[in-house]
Write a protein that binds this ligand. Structure first.
Ligand code: SAM
Length: 246
């Protein structure tokens, strides 16, 4: 696949104030440039396959960039809500992340752009069961020159048993892949003890929480925090669940 990036891509909203106000972190000009390049690549990839229906610049900014990065606020910003029990990772140690069911690279790619300057030893794996999406990701990684990111094709529930992957990661991201208990079944075996699943959800109910806690007993995970917030432009409800592997 040859990704031809059109010269006439609309600019994404570039205000850094909104990042600062909503999560206490600001992208640098070089990170804003990475966001814009990623946007161009996604639009180019969409001509070959269905990567995302979210293509309008403002919606892309909110649903693919802001939405991806906001749950990593605890690792990016020193000003966190008082009830946040999570601590940033040590900055100068190896940090391995995995994005399960990444599709067009979300939330993994924006998260990697945001984390990399603070965590220079970050390595990220993008995992998806659809080969053509992984071919797109490999091309995007090469075009954007991201040697610390690898894309891998496979199903989480098969790959997590392989010795190179079991208990290998410090964190797993998982958005829009399956129901919450299934997501945790996929993610927890990949993590080292003490590793963190960051589970992206929209609405969330007490009933779902009860079922999740029952599942967690057999999986060896502890629900550490549920962060509820709204998106800054469309005021949509979001919940982020943080589950620690025990
Ligand atoms: N996470 C991306 C996002 O939020 O934009 C993509 C979400 S898309 C709805 C779900 C993706 O998960 C698809 O690309 C699909 O191929 C992948 N997927 C579904 N089940 C999977 C599994 N068991 N292992 C790996 N990938 C899976």
């Amino acid at each position: 696949m040859v990704l031809e990036i059109s010269q006439a891509i609309s600019p994404l909203p570039a205000s850094v104030d909104i990042w600062q106000k909503t999560m206490g972190w600001q992208p640098t000009p070089s990170q804003l440039n990475q966001f814009q390049q990623l946007y161009g690549l996604i639009l180019a990839g969409n001509r070959h396959m269905n990567l995302t229906r979210i293509t309008e610049p403002t919606e892309f900014w909110e649903k693919h960039l802001w939405d991806s990065i906001r749950p990593l606020g605890f690792a990016l910003s020193s000003s966190q809500p008082q009830d946040c029990p999570l601590k940033p990772w040590p900055a100068n140690q190896p940090l391995r992340g995995l994005d399960i069911g990444t599709g067009g690279g979300f939330p993994g790619l924006p998260v990697a752009f945001a984390l990399k300057p603070l965590y220079p030893q970050l390595q990220l794996t993008l995992l998806d069961s659809t080969q053509k999406k992984v071919l797109f990701l490999e091309e995007a990684i090469a075009t954007l020159n991201l040697p610390y990111i690898q894309a891998h094709v496979g199903r989480a529930e098969q790959i997590h048993h392989q010795p190179d992957y079991t208990q290998h990661y410090d964190f797993c991201l998982i958005r829009a892949v399956a129901k919450a208990p299934i997501c945790l079944q996929y993610a927890l075996p990949f993590l080292k003890p003490g590793g963190l699943v960051i589970l992206y959800r929209g609405r969330w109910s007490l009933e779902e929480e009860k079922i999740l806690k029952q599942t967690l007993r057999s999986l060896g995970g502890r629900l550490t925090w549920i962060d509820a917030f709204v998106t800054p432009l469309s005021q949509a409800t979001r919940h982020c669940l943080y589950v620690c592997k025990q």
